[in-house]
Design a protein around this ligand. Structure first.
Ligand SMILES: [Fe+2]
Ligand SMILES: [Fe+2]
Length: 149
C-alpha cells in the first residue's frame, strides 16, 4: 500500500487529498503546479458539500482542464530538455488523462448530480493523483541530474 492511501482509500470519501513533500519531483514549476492540483481538488470537494454542487463542479472542470493541459505541455517541455527516455509514452498518458477530464466535463453537463457521478469524479482524481505520484516520479532522477542517470 502506498503511504498516501490513508486508511486504505486513495482519496478519502469526500475527495480530499493531502500533499506530501515526498511527492515533489524537484522542479519548482512542476511541483507548484502539482501542489495546486491537490489544492484544486480539495476546493472542489468543499464545493460539492455546498449549496450548488453540480454547477460548482461544471465551473471547476472548465478551469481545471485548461490548467491541466497547460501543466502537461510545460512538463513535456521541461522533460524534453532532459534525457528522459519515456517521454512519448508519458505524453500519451497525458493525452488519455485530458480526454478523461473532457469526458467528465461532458458527463457533468449532460447528467444530474448523482452518486454515480461523484464516484466517477473520485475515480478521475485517483487517476490524476496516481499519475502525479506514480508516473511523474519516474522522471525525477532525470530532472536532478539534467541528463541520463
Ligand atoms: Fe505532472
Ligand atoms: Fe506527467
Amino acid at each position: 500500500m502506498h503511504s498516501w492511501m490513508a486508511g486504505g482509500h486513495m482519496v478519502s470519501g469526500d475527495l480530499r487529498v493531502h500533499w506530501k513533500d515526498s511527492f515533489a519531483v524537484g522542479d519548482p514549476t512542476i511541483d507548484a503546479q502539482h501542489k495546486a492540483f491537490f489544492e484544486d481538488i480539495n476546493r472542489l470537494a468543499e464545493a460539492l458539500d455546498g449549496d450548488a454542487p453540480h454547477q460548482a463542479a461544471i465551473t471547476f472542470y472548465r478551469a481545471f482542464r485548461r490548467d491541466l493541459a497547460r501543466h502537461f505541455r510545460e512538463e513535456e517541455e521541461i522533460l524534453q530538455a532532459t534525457g528522459f527516455p519515456d517521454l512519448s509514452a508519458h505524453g500519451a498518458e497525458h493525452e488519455a488523462l485530458l480526454a478523461s477530464v473532457q469526458g467528465m466535463e461532458e458527463m457533468l453537463r449532460d447528467y444530474p448530480d448523482t452518486a454515480d457521478l461523484r464516484l466517477m469524479l473520485r475515480r478521475l482524481f485517483q487517476a490524476l493523483i496516481e499519475h502525479v505520484i506514480g508516473e511523474d516520479m519516474r522522471y525525477r532522477p532525470y530532472l536532478r541530474q539534467g541528463s541520463a542517470p
